[in-house]
Design a protein around this ligand. Structure first.
Ligand code: HEC
Ligand code: HEC
Ligand code: HEC
Length: 433
């Protein structure tokens, strides 16, 4: 499967290379934008804040490494890409970058020696950054971040992906929009839209990808924007459609989720927990509310769903089965009672801000069961944030449940209460163990 995908991608990229050679696409140089705020608001503090919102630290630092010194391995469909040193060190970092060159890296994916950066660096989204934010970021990196000499491993991808000039043709296709456009008269919604589309690059994970791996929708002009993607086999949820799960959350519940990774219905796991831990928890309450207001605006939900989710207390068939003490209870149900019910309860609703609801849960119902199997096998931990310092941990069950048992349990959870997802096979579990 993976080889097949490689071959298909290789063929596509080769085709693009041929087209590129024919057209000899120009290198993109997006001009600087006008300063719509006074120069005085360009400050180191603002730069640090935008750095948090943009999550530069997470990708440009290895676990236990010094901040921004690079070398982190980033999985891409083309192979492993190493992030680079972005401290102001003159030899191994970005110490020689002028403001214009720094802007070109963020807007056009260009290194200051003219090479093309791989889109593992989310410049498809950073193109929307305002001039004040770009200048503030530059000031922060040049003045506040200590220069550290650290040469990172070279990224070596297989042919044809090692041909960086091919990226130039790819960019020509991908980088169509470059200016953030206000979408509403409401200042809060506009602020949210800017953060989502620009610095916080939510679309890098939550938008689907085209056959050429460009983001399908960097702004809401594209109806596929934020309608869900895929990341290393995990389904990334739809945030936009009216019937997406989070469209039923109130704006405040959404803001709570962003700032703490938890709300009355759900908790974050995996990549999203890292986004909360490294980025969103540092935003002001106003900014997280602005993001939430924009998402509510996008899905145009009435928020009535959230109420019915809470108020409908009629026991489901699953709940009755679990409380029946029936000795012939199916394997999946028995395993749930023995291993899960203590925290997620027989009604599958969990407990607000502590244990996520499994009834109606996005991860549980995702087309791909990879995330669910992963959590059952290896557990999950919610990050500690300023608002909710407690780390909440769910143990992994790999040591006590066989592949067949995990499959039966996952199938039970995916089809219990109101859930209606497909069954899970023991083989799928074996592959992830
Ligand atoms: C999702 C991961 C990711 C995030 C987030 C990210 N980067 Fe990068 N960045 C990369 C990778 C990977 C490369 C190297 C790409 C390559 O080798 O083609 C890179 C390269 C760069 C370069 C080029 C440096 C050089 O000379 O090699 C600069 C400058 C840069 N990033 C700055 C930033 C800033 C500033 C932010 C935050 C606003 C940021 N990056 C956020 C992954 C990321
Ligand atoms: C690095 C990839 C990545 C980025 C960037 C990212 N997310 Fe996520 N997000 C995920 C994944 C993976 C999940 C699914 C796991 C989970 O439910 O915790 C998720 C889950 C969510 C959920 C829960 C939805 C549900 O139905 O349960 C919300 C809400 C969300 N993200 C909002 C955002 C917003 C808003 C942004 C930008 C500020 C963002 N995400 C940026 C990867 C990402
Ligand atoms: C000791 C309490 C406890 C037990 C027992 C437990 N869980 Fe959890 N579970 C949690 C906590 C806390 C989280 C939140 C962790 C996170 O999001 O990182 C969680 C998260 C989850 C999630 C992720 C939901 C989401 O949207 O992010 C799933 C799915 C899940 N549990 C299923 C199960 C299943 C199935 C079992 C039985 C094998 C089980 N849990 C047993 C406490 C528990």
């Amino acid at each position: 499967m993976k080889t097949l995908m490689r071959i298909v991608l290789a063929l596509i990229v080769l085709a693009v290379l041929v087209i590129a050679a024919m057209l000899w696409v120009p290198v993109q140089h997006t001009p600087s934008k006008s300063l719509d705020e006074p120069e005085a608001v360009v400050t180191v503090a603002r730069g640090e804040y935008i750095m948090r919102a943009s999550d530069c630290l997470a990708c440009h630092t290895t676990d236990g490494g010094r901040p921004f010194t690079g070398g982190r391995k980033i999985d891409s469909p083309f192979g492993i890409i190493y992030s680079t040193n972005i401290t102001p060190d003159k030899e191994t970092g970005i110490g020689t970058y002028s403001l214009d060159e720094f802007r070109a890296a963020l807007y056009d994916g260009l290194r200051n020696d003219g090479t093309h950066l791989y889109p593992a660096m989310p410049y498809e989204n950073y193109r929307f950054l305002s001039e004040v934010d770009v200048r503030s970021l530059y000031l922060y990196f040049m003045q506040e971040v200590p220069a550290v000499h650290n040469a990172v491993p070279q990224t070596v991808l297989v042919f044809p992906f090692n041909q960086r000039w091919g990226v130039r043709a790819w960019k020509w296709l991908a980088l169509q929009e470059s200016e953030f456009q206000s979408i509403s008269f409401d200042a809060q919604i506009n602020r949210g839209a800017y953060l989502v589309q620009g610095p916080a690059h939510c679309a890098a994970c939550h938008s689907p990808r085209t056959a050429l791996m460009t983001q399908k929708g960097v702004s809401e002009k594209n109806s596929a924007f934020l309608t869900g993607g895929e990341l290393n086999g995990w389904s990334v949820p739809d945030l936009r459609s009216k019937d997406s799960v989070s469209a039923m959350w109130s704006t405040q519940q959404m803001a709570n989720y962003l700032a703490t990774g938890r709300n009355d219905y759900a908790t974050s796991v995996g990549q999203m927990s890292l986004v909360v831990e490294h980025s969103l928890q540092y935003l002001t309450d106003e900014d997280n509310l602005a993001i939430a207001a924009y998402l509510t605006h996008l899905s145009a939900s009435s928020n009535e769903g959230a109420l019915s989710l809470q108020e409908d207390k009629t026991p489901t068939q699953t709940e009755r089965l679990l409380t029946s003490a029936d000795p012939s209870m199916p394997l999946g149900a028995r395993l749930y009672l023995d291993n899960c019910g203590g925290c997620h309860f027989v009604d599958g609703r969990g407990a607000a801000e502590i244990f996520p609801a499994l009834d109606g849960n996005t991860l549980v119902n995702a087309d791909s069961a990879t995330g669910l199997i992963h959590v059952i096998l290896h557990g999950a931990e919610l990050p500690s944030t300023t608002h909710r310092p407690a780390r909440l941990r769910m143990q992994g069950h790999a040591w006590r449940l066989s592949d067949e048992e995990v499959a039966a349990l996952a199938t039970f959870v995916r089809q219990g209460w109101h859930n209606q997802a497909t069954a899970v096979s023991a083989n799928a579990v074996k592959l992830l163990r």
